[in-house]
Design a protein. Structure first.
Length: 529
């Protein structure tokens, strides 16, 4: 009588840890800008919806401040630097005075300046001593064809030129406010912007150098006369000289486009000490902004790791978590990889991904687990579903549509474990309002088992699901190769019987179904004489 020992591996397979799936990350958020101080869309909302005055709006966004008059009358704005040449001109006669006090009258038109600062006066070339100050006549001066109020100061140093616009504070604001806020907005919002811009210009001046302010976002965007609009000029005039004050000093009136519903305290965004009037305040009318909400943006694990640029390139990104600060923004972001965890400031994460603000959330969807089961058995799945309020498990079979299996119940850290029982090879994925995760495939094999040694050295068994005419192949282990020793086919009940000269050794049976099944095989069977 031959003895049979079936090596049962299925139980061990079901209890083995499931493989973790590759995560997909979704980043979404609110607002645009640093979030400190006045939110421009919120100011527009307070003016249009609540009929608030510009002074009320400023007090809301800079609590504890007052409005007073400034003694500053003019500013020097850097328009160009590091240039090999500049063109200055006017549509009317104008003049230039150099550092030696020499003054020359110039006709309408333009002069091209190089590092030598030479101009032609009545047919004679004159070399100006740097700096040279150009003064207007009856028409505005132009730099590179763009007109500006006030005077232009051109300096030559190290073979390169710079140009500064010396202009009255109010005239400077004519070219700032329309570039910072749409001129069509409510008058009180425009007035609030004018006072905030004036305050910021006064308090942020670089008074010890050759200029006070930049003409771009390093200070405020300043476009000169072409940027001016009648409504914004009127807002500047209506608030002439007004600045925001705190503790006897002009306040740093930072402003931004969109807060996302709540502004931020300065210490929560920048590495700065707290400021009494730069705190987080509610901003309920921010929903006027098209940037009130943004995203979600989808990132693969590899794509996000590349953008962050701080993970071990030999490792893989597994998870990303966000720690919030007192303003509800991303204070820090931790990226956990297979080789360790990298922690960075929320603003760094924002910058590396090119996001609109640090008021953001990161959702993670990953799904993995066993990739193969026998028919009728369950497959354990596990993963992370953190961020979205609701997450569902979906499935589809070959050629079919995605169908919802049910909600995913998650632990507090977003991890979960589920068991599924696919009838055929099936793809699974996580679905949430932000998007869907990567697909995880579970192959289903027909369940084939030996049951006894029949007479005359035959092997018999059964296959599930039962189906007639399925080819069964009996193999014997020959060294490290499986060699075919017999063939059979299933009957309508799924039974098979194969005749062979049974001898001692290791045997197995395989069956091929097709139609949504991978090849099935029995556990190895040890036969001893």
């Amino acid at each position: 009588m031959r003895r049979l020992f079936a090596t049962v591996v299925l139980a061990a397979l079901a209890l083995a840890p499931s493989a973790a799936g590759a995560p997909v990350f979704f980043v979404e958020g609110r607002g645009w800008g640093h979030g400190i101080g006045m939110a421009q869309y919120g100011a527009q909302g307070y003016a249009t919806r609540d009929a608030r005055s510009h002074s009320w709006i400023l007090d809301h966004y800079y609590p504890g401040t007052t409005i007073a008059q400034t003694t500053v009358r003019s500013v020097r704005v850097l328009l160009a630097e590091g240039r090999s040449g500049l063109t200055v001109g006017s549509d009317a006669a104008y003049s230039v005075t150099d550092a030696d006090g020499r003054k020359f009258e110039l006709p309408a038109g333009s002069v091209s300046l190089g590092a030598g600062l030479e101009v032609t006066v009545k047919g004679e070339r004159k070399r100006l001593v740097s700096p040279a100050r150009f003064a207007r006549g009856t028409k505005a001066l132009e730099l590179g064809g763009r007109p500006y109020r006030g005077e232009l100061i051109v300096r030559s140093a190290g073979g390169l030129l710079s140009a500064v616009n010396d202009v009255g504070l109010e005239e400077y604001l004519y070219g700032v406010v329309p570039d910072e806020m749409p001129p069509s907005w409510h008058t009180e919002a425009l007035k609030a912007q004018a006072v905030a811009a004036r305050s910021y210009a006064v308090v942020s001046r670089r008074t010890s150098g050759n200029f006070d302010l930049y003409s771009d976002t390093r200070s405020q965007v300043y476009g000169g006369i072409p940027s001016e609009e009648q409504r914004t000029n009127a807002a500047v005039n209506a608030t002439a000289g007004q600045v925001v004050m705190h503790g006897g000093k002009v306040a740093y009136t930072f402003f931004h486009s969109t807060s996302g519903g709540r502004t931020a305290a300065i210490q929560d965004v920048w590495n700065a000490a707290p400021v009494p009037y730069l705190v987080a305040v509610a901003d309920p009318h921010d929903d006027l902004s098209p940037y009130h909400r943004w995203g979600p943006f989808r990132y693969s694990a590899g794509g996000l790791a590349t953008r962050l640029g701080s993970l071990d390139p030999a490792g893989s990104l597994l998870d990303v978590t966000v720690a919030r600060n007192g303003s509800g923004r991303a204070g820090s972001v931790s990226a956990r990889g297979s080789r360790g965890t990298t922690r960075m400031a929320g603003t760094t994460f924002q910058s590396r991904l090119g996001l609109r603000s640090s008021s953001l959330t990161v959702s993670v969807l990953s799904l993995g687990g066993d990739g193969r089961v026998d028919y009728g058995q369950e497959a354990p799945l596990r993963g992370i579903a953190r961020g979205p309020r609701s997450v569902s498990l979906e499935r589809r079979v070959t050629g079919g549509a995605w169908r919802r299996v049910g909600p995913v119940k998650r632990a507090a850290d977003g991890t979960f474990r589920v068991r599924v029982k696919p009838a055929k090879t099936t793809w699974y994925r996580l679905a949430a309002p932000v998007g869907t995760g990567l697909e995880h495939r579970v192959d289903v094999a027909p369940l084939i088992r030996f049951d006894q040694v029949a007479g005359n050295g035959a092997l018999s068994g059964s296959v599930k699901p039962a189906s007639a005419g399925k080819p069964v192949v009996i193999q014997r282990l020959d060294g490290n190769r499986w060699k075919v020793v017999a063939r059979a086919s299933t009957d309508a009940r799924g039974r098979f019987r194969a005749k062979l000269g049974l001898s001692g050794g290791t045997y197995r049976a395989t069956v091929t179904f097709g139609a949504g099944f991978v090849q099935g095989r029995t556990p190895p069977l040890e036969v001893t004489p």
